[in-house]
Design a protein around this ligand. Structure first.
Ligand code: TK8
Length: 343
């Protein structure tokens, strides 16, 4: 009896061993471990940023058969961009999305995207950011302990304040204007005559509310989702710079992932990028009407004044080129010439 049982067990084991390679489905064959990904971001859940992070989370869970779980933590609950970046570098947090501008202290090449009036439209931004120049700038992060996965759209930035409509350069004089923690922004707005004050985004609403600052600059989407219309009267359309967001991963953590796990994250970052850009552009197209309905007074900076602003900021370009390296500056300009020629 015992032998029969032993024999049949052996036979079973042999069959199982033979059958095993065929029985395993493609998904099971992939190399996934249970992972918890703390993914931090600065805006609210009900923002273009929040919606895209949600999509990212869903896609990662699905593609990993539920093994990789994303805990999306918005509204800067894990701290402002700069604090999260340090947490990623140290390995205390896995992922985040934030402005490229706040990364400049870590990776100086990121300042190329702070160049005033660099891109004229979204098509130029997409082509350069997703092309060889954008990837090269992104790859530089690895030396600093971060892995960049995709650029998302923050958008073209516009000015709001409580003092007066900005219809000419001189209207900026003395306005206490919050800027991101970034020297290009600080120097640019000082040059334009504003009293520029760097502050993390997480402190911005209350700084506006308590009148610690008179104004700020951000894309329409953010002015809307962060309810800045509650504490700001004037919105002046300047489109002075295109601001990218970037999805980053802790390199310390990333290096411990399998190739399959890395691929899931990369693919999801790209898929949510495509969703996010579309969503952001659709929302931005309607945002002015929404902001007007909320009571904001909107004015467009005349082309002649935009030209004066550009001229005044021209000197900043030389500083940027010196900081990021003349070669990168030239490659960026060449990439722009290429998109503009339609080739
Ligand atoms: C969100 C910020 C925000 C940026 C800013 O964390 O700070 O003004 O535009 O999007 O990165």
């Amino acid at each position: 009896m015992k032998t029969i049982l032993r024999r049949s067990l052996l036979a079973l084991a042999a069959t199982a061993a033979l059958a095993a390679p065929f029985a395993i489905t493609a998904a099971q064959a992939q190399d996934f471990k249970p992972r918890l990904i703390r993914f931090g971001y600065g805006l609210n859940e009900q923002s273009n940023q929040g919606r895209a992070v949600k999509l990212f989370a869903e896609q990662v869970e699905k593609a990993s058969g539920g093994k990789m779980k994303v805990r999306a933590i918005g509204a800067a609950a894990l701290g402002p961009d700069t604090q999260m970046q340090q947490a990623l570098i140290g390995g205390a947090q896995e992922m985040m999305v934030g402005s490229t501008a706040t990364l400049v202290g870590i990776s100086k090449e990121m300042a190329i995207w702070d160049t005033p009036f660099l891109f004229n439209n979204a098509k130029e931004a997409d082509a350069v950011l997703d092309g060889p120049v954008g990837l090269k700038v992104m790859a530089k992060l690895e030396e600093k302990g971060l892995v960049g996965l995709a650029y998302w759209e923050n958008g073209f930035r516009n000015l709001t304040n409580t003092k007066r409509p900005v219809a000419k350069l001189e209207d900026l004089d003395g306005i206490k204007l919050r800027v991101m923690q970034n020297n290009v922004y600080l120097d640019s707005f000082k040059l334009l005559g504003a009293n520029a004050i760097p502050l993390p985004f997480s402190e911005l609403f209350s700084a506006l509310e308590t009148k610690t600052v008179d104004g700020q600059e951000n894309p329409y989407n953010t002015i809307l989702s962060s309810k800045f219309y509650e504490v700001q009267k004037y919105l002046s359309i300047t489109n002075h710079v295109y601001s990218p967001w970037i999805v980053t991963v802790s390199k310390k953590w990333w290096d411990g992932l399998s190739k399959d796990e890395q691929k899931v994250l990369r693919d999801a970052a790209i898929a949510s990028r495509d969703f996010e850009r579309k969503d952001t552009r659709e929302e931005a197209a309607k945002a002015l009407a929404d902001l007007k309905a909320k009571g904001m007074l909107i004015n467009e900076l005349p082309a002649s004044e935009v030209a004066r602003m550009r001229d005044k900021l021209h000197g900043i370009n030389n500083n940027i080129a010196a900081n990021v390296g003349q070669a990168l500056w030239n490659e960026t300009q060449a990439a722009l010439t290429k998109v503009r020629s339609g080739k």
